[in-house]
Design a protein around this ligand. Sequence first.
Ligand code: SF4
Ligand code: F3S
Ligand code: FES
Length: 244
Amino acid sequence: MSYKANFRIWRGDDEGGELADFVVEVNEGEVVLDIIHRLQATQAPDLAVRWNCKAGKCGSCSAEINGRPRLLCMTRMSTFAEDETITVTPLRTFPVIRDLVTDVSYNYVKAREVPSFKPPEGLKPGEYRMQQVDVERSQEFRKCIECFLCQNTCHVIRDHEENKQAFSGPRFLMRISELEMHPLDTEDRVETAQADHGLGFCNITKCCTDVCPEHIQITDNALIPLKERVADRRYDPLQRLFRR
Ligand code: SF4
Ligand code: F3S
Ligand code: FES
């Protein structure tokens, strides 16, 4: 069964733009990315969109649909009423390059600022031994497809451009937490999480977790445990005594 849907798509570049209206055919089983591709093929050949896998695994097609951060390729048209106008806009937290494509290089800068895994000296790959529970903890975080929807959603930078310098965002605080809880990582990441990556800005609103397409429990399983380690380090009288 086909029907015609009303779409409003943001067209423009870093100097400005506006929402453009389209009426476009929708077929059974399609996702929003199919509709964007049909628009490129029929009405707007220069419409810019970033995508790659169309399977929810490359993290390229992030955008906002009716104001909600989502993957274009994983949002089924059947989730909308046929007479609903569907508005597609680029990620709001990052600068627009053109139409639905944003410049997400902020995230790569933040990724490079996290020191890599540092195993004990003399321990070679293949000699790592750790408990299954520790393996599973890392595996949850490793499901991340780097779509940056969590980064786009966190109000600390979504509404405050000035915080970008000091705040690494949930995706990279999760990476720091993963390494901090890794039994074989020898780097001390607690102080630097707070001082250099802005963990203190996070007030646990959990909006990052709500939009994660991999359903990673970013807040409960990564950010809160990291905050607890900071609090233990700073306020536990025994630890303070021990440190002295
Ligand atoms: Fe995307 Fe989830 Fe990874 Fe954030 S943690 S970048 S929302 S997959
Ligand atoms: Fe932001 Fe997630 Fe914390 S949305 S405030 S990083 S819980
Ligand atoms: Fe790869 Fe959507 S195109 S996640």
